[in-house]
Ligand binder design. Structure first.
Ligand SMILES: Cc1cc2nc3c(=O)[nH]c(=O)nc-3n(C[C@H](O)[C@H](O)[C@H](O)COP(=O)(O)OP(=O)(O)OC[C@H]3O[C@@H](n4cnc5c(N)ncnc54)[C@H](O)[C@@H]3O)c2cc1C
Length: 542
């Protein structure tokens, strides 16, 4: 067994250490604990930089826990003629598949063909040939109507011709972020959740110098609960700050330039019990309203339906939620393609919404036609990296770090090994539960299993999660609130009815034992969780 587990739970001592002269000095500070920020931290730490990441809520709280959970090439980008983005995406997908078995797994996709639909079999066949060629694989073929009906019980067979089969991959997005953070910490990076970057600190103007160069960051501890006293603020110093705040990126950037580039686009999903919508591969359908592709796909023992694509005009400080219009949009596709199932709001287990950090070109452009690649802007010691996808996070992180070279006071090495994930100590058979655990927890997996109490490795309901993961996360993964545990360290809050309330007795025991919470803290956390879940992870009240 690896001698020491990698733990994120050093928040308090780390915060205290930031108060000293040397503790407040960093080579680089990264703002934003989503996949891009995690990727930048990983790249910075492995290149020998003293690097700190701060996240205003929880790790992966932003868009990176609310995606369609696909590490994919993006067939849509290819259809739009964006060969470069597709090539980068499929190659990164293959890399992640190789390096993170159990976390990133290949799944089948069926692009359903109905009479009169464009593209048809011939065009899709050509597109898929290019798609596979870019990835260096050959994994697509045509399947007839009978096979589709067998694979997708209940799917409407009227006008159906067959389907084009291809493959992409599925991931637990929040766990991908946590796994990358774990790698970054192993390489010497430091992380703090519930710490908000309030303002950039800039050099003052002098006789010889106009000043205005970024030289640090004012941060605030925001781990307090509503009604408690506001948290402490600290000044941190670094010659360069990397703004990896995704859909929030214009905010920090506006302190160095008067320009807005992010077009926040909301996408939402509905979660159904697998038994009501039994699919073991993804079904790709076109929505009749706007001809956008919508997916019905298996994830973590449930079935997801999504996504939507709307301009998000809400307050970015408020967690995104699905609207009634989006619920109807998603139910409509089920009514058309699964008319017999009569699925309605009463069958939905949960919902979730995220805001895509899309680099906008024209606010009148159809949201779905906006490009989905990332952009890096380097201005006065602030490097902003936004846009893009989960899939290509490594490339975005490298670009951001390259742009930061300009201001870094010390040279950094070009890391010789470009693996994202260190090779596991033990190889588990691909597809097994242990492989899944290895993918999620890397070199911590054996510690996690050894640390489990009796019965805690039993799987919870229809999911692949177990209480041992909750205990581990509570002890080692910087859990500050109950929602961290149920919505991001595990995804039980999305997969179980009522946000997983049935687990509260076990959760209480674990939180009291591992986090030192008392009864009052537990009750406050339950109240906070219920509010969050009802407002942002269930359906809008009619
Ligand atoms: C509906 C939907 C489906 C998607 N599906 C896919 C998919 O299947 N595959 C794929 O590859 N991509 C997908 N994407 C895109 C992908 O999820 C995003 O591109 C990616 O997660 C963005 O990561 P990020 O790190 O840039 O942003 P985020 O994950 O949003 O991280 C930014 C973080 O910065 C924090 N922050 C903001 N301001 C501050 C501050 N002042 N101080 C400290 N922290 C701050 C936020 O709290 C947030 O956690 C999807 C996106 C959406 C919305």
């Amino acid at each position: 067994m690896n001698s020491k587990p990698t733990s994120f739970s050093n928040r308090e001592p780390l915060w205290q250490s930031l108060k000293s002269e040397s503790g407040s000095q960093w080579d680089v500070i990264i703002v934003g604990g989503g996949i891009i920020g995690a990727g930048v931290l990983r790249e910075a730490a492995r290149r020998g930089l003293k690097a700190l990441l701060v996240e205003q809520r929880d790790f992966a709280w932003g868009t990176s826990s609310r995606s369609s959970k696909m590490v994919h090439g993006g067939l849509r980008y290819l259809a739009q003629g964006d060969l470069k983005l597709t090539r980068h995406s499929v190659r990164e997908r293959e890399r992640l598949l190789r390096e993170a078995p159990g976390l990133v797994e290949r799944i089948g996709y069926y692009f359903l063909l109905r009479k009169g639909q464009f593209p048809g079999r011939f065009v899709m066949g050509m597109v898929l040939s290019v798609y596979d060629m870019l990835a260096g694989i050959k994994d697509h073929y045509y399947v007839d109507k009978k096979t589709v009906i067998e694979r997708f019980p209940g799917v409407e067979n009227r006008d159906m011709k067959g389907a084009c089969y291809y493959t992409d991959t599925a991931v637990d997005d929040a766990r991908l972020v946590l796994r990358v953070l774990q790698e970054a910490i192993q390489a010497g990076g430091q992380v703090l959740n519930y710490v908000r970057a309030k303002n950039l600190i800039k050099t003052p103007s002098t006789e010889n110098n106009a000043g205005g160069q970024v030289c640090g960051l004012l941060v605030q501890d925001v781990s307090f609960l509503e009604g408690e006293e506001a948290g402490e603020q600290l000044e941190l110093r670094a010659p360069v700050v990397i703004n990896a705040t995704g859909a929030w990126a214009d905010r920090l950037r506006s302190e160095v330039i008067n320009e807005k580039r992010i077009r926040p686009l909301r996408g939402s999903h509905l979660v159904f019990p697998h038994k009501l919508l039994p699919v073991d591969a993804a079904l790709t359908l076109f929505h009749p309203q706007d001809k956008r592709p919508v997916f019905i796909f298996p994830w973590e023992g449930a079935t997801l339906v999504g996504t939507t694509d709307f301009d998000h005009q809400e307050d970015m400080d408020v967690e995104a939620s699905i609207t009634q219009e989006e619920v109807e949009y998603l139910l409509e596709i089920l009514a058309i393609h699964y008319p017999g199932s009569k699925l309605g709001p009463e069958h939905v287990i949960s919902s979730y919404s995220g805001v895509r950090p899309v680099i906008g070109s024209d606010k009148n452009k159809d949201p779905s036609k906006e490009r989905r690649d990332d952009a890096v802007w380097a201005e006065k010691g602030l490097v902003t990296v936004s846009g893009g996808k989960l899939t290509t996070f490594r490339l975005a992180a490298i670009n951001a770090l390259d742009a930061a070279r300009l201001w870094l006071k010390k040279p950094f090495s070009d890391a010789s090994d470009d693996r994202i994930f260190t090779a596991p100590d033990t190889q588990f058979p691909r597809g097994s539960w242990l492989s899944r655990m290895g993918g999620r927890y890397g070199s911590n997996v054996e510690h996690l299993l050894a640390y489990a109490h009796e019965g805690e490795q039993d799987l919870i309901a229809e999911t692949q999660f177990c209480l041992a993961e909750c205990r581990w996360a509570a002890r080692h993964e910087a859990v500050m609130h109950l929602d961290d545990l149920l919505l991001r360290r595990t995804r039980l809050g999305l997969l179980l009815k009522n946000g997983g309330e049935e687990l509260f007795p076990e959760m209480e025991k674990i939180c009291l034992q591992e986090l030192g919470w008392d009864d009052i803290k537990w009750q406050n956390e339950v109240a906070r969780y219920r509010l969050i879940w009802q407002k942002h992870y269930s359906l809008p009240l009619q």
